[in-house]
Design a protein. Structure first.
Length: 294
């Protein structure tokens, strides 16, 4: 995608959850979580063109699209909070599938916040932007801060960490997983928390956790395509599911091994509509490198 002059590209990387535990349901209806995030050097691209009329909108180059998506909401929220009178036109080059558990919409919103903070010369700190981003969604702050981290709460309480980095093979089956449906099924099972919430609120507590995903069995039952790709990948490497799914992934220390498994996946699963991506796993978000270089 190469928009006309005036548009500037900004990366919106995917994230992966190294594990995810559901602890309890909170009074506000959300679930207390414990998880860990890293970033991929693959994801969406957000194209931005500044405008002087104060409008913040998204279009695809020919037809104006519905305005109430996270990227437009992010631009409008920042403009209102910072008293900015300028506007922006947003175009999204989507690669991260909806319902994949890779954080596409949240990453797009975070990219808009960080890029416009620079382009509009707002000058807010990452902490200020992360607090604003939490209004848009629980995953937005980790993309704003751009550092791999342990996380708790609904995902907004972050403890930065340098995890081992490698190469990920990510398999995305042709299904759109509903996070709400997965959590509803979890609640219906009345499964008890495995440990007290407070045991997670320290680095030592996080490091002692089993590296599993509480949503895996429920998601596999609700979406058989997720189960099939998880079983395929598990036969070649330790497989994990990101978020509530449906993307599953494995991390390899060497690029050659990741390339071998990715090629097999494309040959054996590509005809069934499974999207296969091989990407570098990063502790620092590619977005932050782009902002620093701009």
């Amino acid at each position: 995608m190469v928009p006309e002059a005036g548009f500037q590209p900004w990366p919106a990387p995917a994230k992966v959850n190294l594990f995810m535990h559901i602890l309890e349901r909170r009074p506000d209806g959300y679930h207390e979580l414990a998880t860990a995030f890293q970033f991929l050097d693959w994801g969406d691209t957000v194209w931005l063109a500044l405008r002087e009329d104060g409008l913040c909108l998204r279009d695809d180059g020919n037809h104006q699209l519905p305005a109430e998506d996270l990227s437009v909401r992010a631009a409008r929220l920042l403009a209102q909070a910072a008293g900015i009178k300028k506007g922006v036109t947003i175009r999204l080059e989507k690669r991260i599938p909806s319902g994949s558990g890779l954080g596409g919409g949240s990453s797009d919103a975070a990219t808009v916040l960080l890029a416009l903070n620079r382009l509009w010369r707002v000058g807010w700190s990452l902490g200020d932007l992360a607090e604003l981003g939490l209004v848009l969604g629980a995953d937005v702050p980790v993309f704003v801060r751009g550092q791999a981290a342990w996380a708790c709460g609904v995902g907004e309480c972050l403890y930065p960490e340098d995890f081992p980095q490698g190469w990920a093979v990510v398999l995305m089956p042709p299904c759109l997983v509903s996070t709400a449906l997965v959590f509803q099924a979890w609640d219906a099972c009345s499964l008890p928390s495995l440990t007290k919430v407070m045991e997670y609120h320290s680095i030592k507590g996080f490091q002692s956790l089993p590296q599993d995903n509480h949503c895996l069995d429920i998601t596999r039952r609700l979406y058989p395509d997720v189960g099939r790709v998880w079983e395929w990948l598990s036969s070649h490497a330790p497989a994990r599911m990101s978020g509530t799914g449906g993307a599953v992934f494995a991390v390899f220390p060497k690029a050659a091994e990741a390339c071998r498994v990715a090629c097999m996946a494309r040959n054996q699963l590509g005809g069934r509509g499974v999207q296969v991506v091989r990407a570098r796993v990063r502790n620092l978000s590619p977005l932050h490198r782009a902002v620093a270089d701009s």
